[in-house]
Design a protein. Structure first.
Length: 339
């Protein structure tokens, strides 16, 4: 196996971990609820729905044609009848026996705890209000005990991953389906966002320029894209240049060259660009000087020189460029990754 694969594989893995640890699973500070300040919906109910329901009933999916990720959608869903738990389909569904076909969350998914079921029922019985503080409701002893034992963790700060406004509409379903059918893994970037990430890890070898066209219809939603090790070439440049919401782009180990960088230079939201082991040179790098948000650039094993790097750094203050020139020493070659 070529040396470069030995090094890049583990690198790619640790990079993935890094990405996920900084944006999706940000360490959450748990705290106790404060009934005088905290709200029933915001601090008790929303967290239950977010961690158990909104992957299927949220901004990117509407299973059963309902979404439950914000007050408007909950009202629209008609699954909650204020003050009447017997008429509320939400309660009916969560109370079903575990082996019932209609139980929510569906079979195979994590069950709601008894406490969570009680809190949802209490909230609805109390009028399914979206603004009241806990102390403003009627809090029976058993509910009070549950609240006292509950932790509240602030929602994940997704916006820190990329400073883009949330798209008003979810991505077009048919377009997302077409991408998935081509074997490209396309996912919601995180809970509570309509942004998407896509990678071609499963089909890298067969992935080609023509398939990049499939991504253009979701250009307003696609913000992370990994085309590393794929069969793309400069022929895909014009399509890539349209993906204006990209904040992260992996092109390492492809045959792209300076011609593609002319188009990449238009992706003004780009914060991370990986060009390891591609054919780019200092000439292509010139095109990146207007990417003022760019924070990390990887150009190891390319035609880029230190002079080219310095010039770009002069144009983009704070830019980190990994040239990797110090890394590949034969004697400290990393071990082959274990499967
Ligand atoms: C793994 C995906 C998934 C999760 C998680 C999930 N649901 Fe569902 N839900 C579905 C599907 C699929 C349907 C449509 C089929 C059906 O009605 O059983 C549905 C239907 C429903 C309906 C009926 C909608 C209607 O009007 O017909 C309600 C209410 C509901 N879910 C509530 C919830 C709640 C509350 C949670 C969290 C506690 C939840 N679901 C979690 C997949 C999910």
């Amino acid at each position: 196996m070529p040396l470069q694969n030995l090094i890049l594989r583990p690198l790619a893995c640790s990079m993935l971990l890094l990405i996920f640890s900084t944006s999706v699973t940000l360490a959450e500070e748990k705290r106790k609820l404060d009934p005088e300040k905290d709200k029933i919906y915001e601090h008790v109910i929303k967290p239950i729905l977010s961690s158990n329901c909104t992957t299927c009933h949220g901004s990117s999916k509407a299973k059963g044609k309902i979404r439950l990720h914000n007050p408007e959608e909950i009202k629209k869903s008609e699954s909650v009848v204020a003050g009447d738990i017997d008429e509320s389909v939400m309660i009916e569904r969560i109370m079903l026996p575990e082996d019932d076909e209609e139980v929510m969350p569906p079979e195979g998914k994590k069950r709601l705890s008894e406490e969570q079921k009680k809190m949802l029922s209490w909230w609805i019985a109390e009028g399914a209000n979206f603004d009241k503080k806990i102390s403003e409701a009627n809090v029976p002893d058993d509910i009070g005990a549950i609240i006292a034992a509950m932790d509240y963790a602030p929602p994940r700060e997704i916006k820190k991953a990329f400073n883009l406004p949330e798209p008003p509409q979810p991505a077009n379903d048919a377009a997302v389906t077409a991408i998935g059918k081509a074997g490209i893994l396309v996912m919601q970037l995180a809970q509570d966002t309509k942004y998407l990430s896509a990678n071609v890890i499963n089909v890298a070898k067969s992935f080609n320029d023509a398939q990049v066209k499939l991504l253009v219809p979701v250009k307003d939603h696609l913000t992370w894209l990994d085309l590393s090790r794929s069969g793309i070439s400069d022929q895909a440049a014009a399509d890539l240049g349209q993906l204006s919401k990209l904040t992260k782009l992996h092109l390492e180990n492809t045959v792209i060259s300076d011609k593609t960088l002319q188009e990449i230079g238009k992706l003004e939201n780009l914060e991370y660009l990986n060009l390891y082991a591609t054919k780019v040179t200092d000439v292509g790098l010139e095109n990146l000087k207007n990417l003022k948000k760019l924070k990390k650039l990887y150009v190891w094993q390319t035609g880029v020189t230190q002079a080219g790097v310095d010039k770009l750094k002069g144009a983009i203050p704070g830019l980190y460029v990994n040239t990797g020139w110090q890394v590949p020493k034969k004697e400290d070659k990393p071990e082959e990754p274990k499967n």
